[in-house]
Design a binder for this molecule. Structure first.
Ligand code: F6R
Length: 352
């Protein structure tokens, strides 16, 4: 049941700290500062191709970024596009990301890769799913069952799982730092769930014409996911953009009727460039909501701030996403939408 919550989705949003703990347990040796992937055998890929759909594709974009940071060529593909022009695979590892393990497009892409002799691995929530049975290796995210059609806790757990995968497969310089950030993540997430002012922001902007989400680097998939969740459960127009792409077209859409949600983490050059993009939308009178750890002066250009604590940017992505989940949920609730079963959508998409 819904354990007193109005919808499965909000219940599952609140289950995230526990889901993350489950994902990390048994894989992370905190004393040694290492990640144990022994059950997956010897995986030291020279390259990685991700295939996935929807929310899982956003997780795959994040995962590809992590591999590239570790010096391994990696790319994320929409599963439905992958098979239309299978890229040269060489001896790359092909990783499917699929909550259900049953998504037809993702299964087809994995089969196309396998047919060309690729090694395959699936990151999934469902033990015994088709993808888990068909791939050479399965990495279970252990988020527990997700009933709401819109993916929430499985996305956070996918991000955590992709951190474990990269840490276990590559020699990153900052392994210890990432492990520490992951360990603090469930507690930090709990505080955001308890204290987020996303519901008040939802109330203010529930009648907006459209919602835009921007982010750079690791926070770009967060912007895409923020927009997908918003359109799925509110039926309102929402788009996520790489912050740097705004001025290449989308800026024409920005008005006082289109709130812009900007994810700004850290205070490096990337973050400062995104603050520059925020100034551009602010100058067009768009309401600005900054999802930020407060390390830049983005608050000066923002109408509202959804605060996250200072942490590793990889963990920050999960925390920023939690605010955006609450934003979409509360907007949909105020609009009286069928949150757990949005029109036209199914939990598991078993046709191509
Ligand atoms: C979004 C959503 C869908 C799924 C997509 C892939 O909230 O639920 O976009 O993410 O259909 O599903 P899986 O992960 O089961 O392959």
């Amino acid at each position: 049941g819904k354990s007193g919550y109005d919808h499965y989705m909000i219940k599952e949003i609140h289950e995230q700290p526990r889901a993350l703990r489950q994902c990390l347990r048994e894989r992370v040796d905190e004393m040694a500062g290492t990640v144990d992937l022994d059950d997956l055998g010897d995986l030291s890929p020279t390259g990685v191709q991700f295939v996935a759909c929807g929310t899982s594709y956003h997780a795959a974009l994040y995962g590809a970024h992590l591999f590239r940071e570790a010096g391994i060529p990696a790319q994320a593909f929409l599963a439905s596009e992958y098979a239309t022009s299978v890229p040269p695979i060489g001896d790359a590892l092909v990783i499917g990301v699929t909550q259900s393990g049953e998504t037809a497009d993702t299964l087809s892409a994995l089969r196309a890769a396998e047919k060309r002799g690729a090694r395959t691995l699936v990151v999934t929530n469902v033990v015994g799913s088709t993808a888990a049975r068909e791939c050479d290796h399965a990495f279970y995210i252990r988020a527990g069952p997700e009933i709401g059609v819109a993916a929430s806790k499985t996305f956070s757990s996918q991000l955590a799982a992709l951190n474990l995968l990269t840490l276990g497969m590559t020699q990153g310089d900052d392994t210890r730092e990432v492990i520490n950030a992951l360990r603090e993540l469930p507690g930090d997430l709990q505080r955001i769930l308890d204290e987020s002012s996303a519901e008040a922001v939802a109330e203010l902007y529930q009648d907006a014409g459209a919602y835009f989400f921007i982010g750079r680097g690791l926070q770009f998939p967060v912007a895409l996911e923020g927009a997908l969740k918003m359109k799925e459960i509110t039926y309102k127009h929402a788009e996520g953009f790489a912050a740097g792409e705004l001025k290449h077209g989308p800026l024409a859409l920005v008005t006082a009727d289109t709130p812009v949600f900007a994810v700004v983490i850290g205070d490096d050059e990337k973050a400062r460039k995104t603050v520059g993009n925020v100034k551009e939308v602010e100058a067009r009178d768009a309401p600005v909501v900054a999802i930020t750890d407060g390390q830049t002066d983005v608050h000066r250009y923002a109408d509202h701030v959804l605060q996250i604590p200072e942490t590793h940017p990889r963990a920050a992505a999960v925390l920023a996403n939690a605010h955006l989940q609450l934003l979409s949920y509360h907007t949909a609730a105020k609009l009286g939408r069928n949150i757990d079963k949005p029109r036209n959508l199914a939990k598991s998409v078993t046709v191509e």
